[in-house]
Design a binder for this molecule. Structure first.
Ligand code: KG4
Ligand code: ZN
Length: 341
């Protein structure tokens, strides 16, 4: 069954994303125009544990998925009968969470005779920029989220080649762990970004881990340990200079990300760079990459903050192109937890 055979020519895709702690659904027209995008966040549930509790995440997806999907359809003014297909995140992510979204999508597809495709969450982040802009293929894609940090050459809507990735913590995970060290809320990225605005980025000389042998790989666990050590070494009677630590830590992360992304572009002779994923919402990173890419004559793109964090619109974008190319899910398709490309 292909998109054309099945969709009555509508080009309307319902997309579902449940890879982590956001239950999201969106309706897209022709893989580009967002007719609706609903994101139900579980942050308030997980924040009291200082991180995501997988079982709670699955249970809350189960509670929210029907309502979130119904809202996406009604916000778009689209009925299930008008849909051309369904796209759902298949992986990587939390297995129990992915199973909820993919099963729901499969059930809809079976009951309504819709085409269905399974989307790689990382590819969805890498291509999310096309909901707002149009970099030229091939481009360098840097994904920086809570679960992933990797550099890619994105060749088209269907293929991306991994150049390198983190050997330990993802960049967002480092933000979240440093926030925990400082007694700040979860997720750490937004609060560290806010506090850093009042801090001095030069106050703590945190390491920039460059890994010259594998220049496209990343490592952030040493940086997190350096922050912990610096806090432990403070004199007991001294209040923790939280703003300065946040600014210095954020600067160290941004330096490495921008340096490696620009090196990847230059060494592959590629002019366009896209930075995406939750950490791409960080304003210091946005400013730094904007300044440094123009100094190197590289065109840089970043989705708006609401498209950097998890959403279903990006899943619909990739899903549209997959369905058009006949990349459909088999009846017995399973979810996958880890990145395979
Ligand atoms: O892409 P995303 O929503 O979910 C994953 O696929 O992981 O990314 C979530 C991550 C969290 O680690 C969060 O702390 C980080 O993105 N994040 C930020 C900012 N907003 C979210 N990190 C730095 N600055 C921000 N403004
Ligand atoms: Zn994500």
């Amino acid at each position: 069954m292909t998109f054309e055979q099945n969709n009555k020519g509508s080009g309307l895709i319902l997309a579902i994303e449940t890879s982590c702690d956001e239950t999201a659904a969106a309706v897209l027209e022709d893989g580009r125009r967002i007719l609706s995008s609903v994101v139900a966040s579980q942050i308030s549930i997980h924040s009291e544990y200082g991180g995501i509790v997988p079982e709670l995440a699955s249970r809350h997806h189960l509670e929210a998925i029907a309502q979130v999907t119904a809202k996406a359809l009604s916000d778009a003014g689209v009925s299930v009968d008008e849909l051309g297909g369904v796209a759902a995140t298949q992986g990587p992510g939390l297995v129990g969470s992915l199973v909820v979204g993919l099963s729901f999508a499969k059930a809809m597809a079976v009951c309504r005779g819709l085409a269905i495709t399974g989307v790689n969450h990382v590819h969805a982040h890498l291509l999310s920029i096309f909901l707002e802009d149009a970099p030229a293929f091939p481009f360098i894609g840097l994904i920086v989220s809570g679960g992933h940090t990797g550099l890619y050459i994105v060749r088209d809507f269907l293929s991306a080649e991994l150049l390198g990735q983190t050997r330990d913590d993802a960049a967002g995970e480092a933000f979240d762990k440093v926030a925990k060290i400082l007694g700040l809320e979860y997720p750490g990225g937004p609060v560290i970004g806010r506090l850093a605005e009042a801090g001095d980025a030069a106050s703590f000389a945190y390491p920039r881990i460059r890994l010259p042998e594998t220049p496209f790989d990343f490592s952030f666990s040493g940086l997190k340990t350096a922050v912990l050590t610096s806090v432990k070494r403070l004199p007991e009677d001294m209040p923790v200079p939280v703003e300065d630590i946040c600014a210095s830590f954020q600067e160290a992360v941004a330096d490495v990300l921008v340096e490696k992304a620009l090196y990847a572009a230059k060494s592959h002779g590629i002019k366009d760079l896209v930075i995406c994923g939750g950490v791409a919402a960080n304003s210091r990173l946005r400013k730094k990459v904007s300044e440094e890419s123009s100094a190197h004559s590289i065109r840089f793109f970043m989705p708006s903050p609401s498209l950097c964090t998890d959403n279903a619109a990006m899943v619909g974008l990739v899903g549209y192109h997959q369905i058009r190319s006949g990349i459909l899910l088999k009846d017995d398709a399973d979810v996958y937890s880890r990145l395979f490309c």
